[in-house]
Structures are given as structure tokens and as C-alpha cells.
Design a binder for this molecule. Structure first.
Ligand SMILES: [Zn+2]
Length: 209
């Protein structure tokens, strides 16, 4: 039994963000892909919670998206559908990266469309004599996906792309960006998969002894 996304404790972070990049954490929201594949984004609010925890939405956006009557149900459904479409495109792209295989043109197009949309909405704002990038139209349902698409583009153009890897647990295979010193990280989360492997090794050794 894995103690990751499914543990929902009020006031506690709900998603395990061990992936080291927003786009990789987003791919990991479909948990245990190689085995039972558990969906953790079952509603538009789940998606908003993920984005909130990832720090890619401001409080006003979160309040807007989760507020009563502020997002029509059909808009929320469409927004979630687009999110899943983006997530699976990212999964296809990063799987190809990890396997060094050909990248699906469809997946790349999905990412490109959202990234272009994000680019078109990007505006420079000034607050207290500091400049920052922001999004115009930031309360539309697709706005939650723009920073995710940008995170993927940013990561894909990095020359350290070979540090994108998947967890060594055969039931997990979560994606992560290995920023460890020797680049030998094997587990999505040492406390979860790494620890299970350690425990398994320990018992094997005991049995053999
Ligand atoms: Zn793992």
C-alpha cells in the first residue's frame, strides 16, 4: 500500500510533489500507472488544489475557481478534460524522452497549442516598482493549464533533460527531475518507494541469513 496522493487530511498537502518540476508532478497525478492506475484528478477542484499546492495560482484565482457558482459545471468539465489531455500528452512526451524514442507529433501539438495560448496571454505587470510575468484572462478555466504547459516547455529545452527519470519501483514509475549531487536518484520519494525497496531488501537478507 502506497501512502501517496490518496491520503487526504484536512489542512494537509494532498499531492506528493516529489517530481521536482510542476509538469512532472502533474504527470504523476495518475498514480501507479504501470499497475492499477489511480486517478487523483477526479474533478476540476482537484485540479485547482493541485495547482494551488504547486504554487502556480494566486489566492484570488483559487478563490474564484473554488467559489460557489463562479465556474459553470460544463466549463469545469471541459477544463478538466483539457487538463487530462495535456497530462497524457506530457506523459507521452516525457516517456519518449526517458526511453529515447520518437516523440508523438500529436502530443507535441497539444503541448504547443497550450504553450502558444499561454504566450499570447502573457503580460508584463508592474507592482511596487517590480516587474513580473502574469496572465491576462487569468480566471478562464484553461488558465490553470498555462503554467503547467510552460513548465514542460522550460524543462524540455534544458540541456539537462537526461536528468528526467522515472522511479525504479515497477509499480510506480513516477517521473522526477534528478537534482541530486551525483545524479543517481532512483526513487520518486525516498520515504515511499525508496523505503519499500529498503524494507524488501532487509527482509530478503534476513531470509537468506
Ligand atoms: Zn516511486
Amino acid at each position: 500500500v502506497k501512502g501517496k496522493q490518496e491520503t487526504v487530511v484536512p489542512g494537509q498537502p494532498r499531492f506528493d510533489l516529489s517530481g521536482g518540476a510542476v509538469c512532472l508532478n502533474f504527470i504523476n497525478t495518475l498514480d501507479d500507472r504501470p499497475t492499477e492506475a489511480k486517478e487523483t484528478l477526479n474533478s476540476f477542484s482537484d485540479l485547482v488544489r493541485f495547482c494551488e499546492q504547486s504554487g502556480i495560482l494566486d489566492p484570488a484565482q483559487v478563490e474564484h475557481y473554488l467559489g460557489r457558482n463562479s465556474v459553470a459545471p460544463e466549463q469545469a468539465r471541459a477544463g478538466l478534460e483539457r487538463a487530462i489531455e495535456l497530462r497524457e500528452a506530457l506523459f507521452a512526451i516525457f516517456t519518449a524522452v526517458v526511453n529515447r524514442s520518437e516523440v508523438s507529433a500529436d502530443a507535441l501539438q497539444t503541448l504547443n497549442e497550450l504553450s502558444q495560448e499561454a504566450g499570447k496571454r502573457s503580460i508584463l505587470v508592474e507592482r511596487n516598482r517590480r516587474f513580473a510575468w502574469a496572465f491576462a484572462d487569468r480566471f478562464s478555466c484553461d488558465a490553470v493549464l498555462w503554467p503547467i504547459a510552460q513548465s514542460a516547455v522550460d524543462l524540455l529545452v534544458l540541456d539537462r533533460l537526461l536528468f528526467v527519470r522515472t522511479c525504479s519501483s515497477k509499480t510506480c514509475e513516477w517521473f522526477f527531475f534528478d537534482t541530486s549531487k551525483n545524479h543517481r536518484r532512483r526513487w520518486c520519494n525516498m520515504k515511499v518507494c525508496g523505503n519499500q525497496a529498503k524494507v524488501a531488501r532487509f527482509y530478503r537478507r534476513q531470509k537468506n541469513a
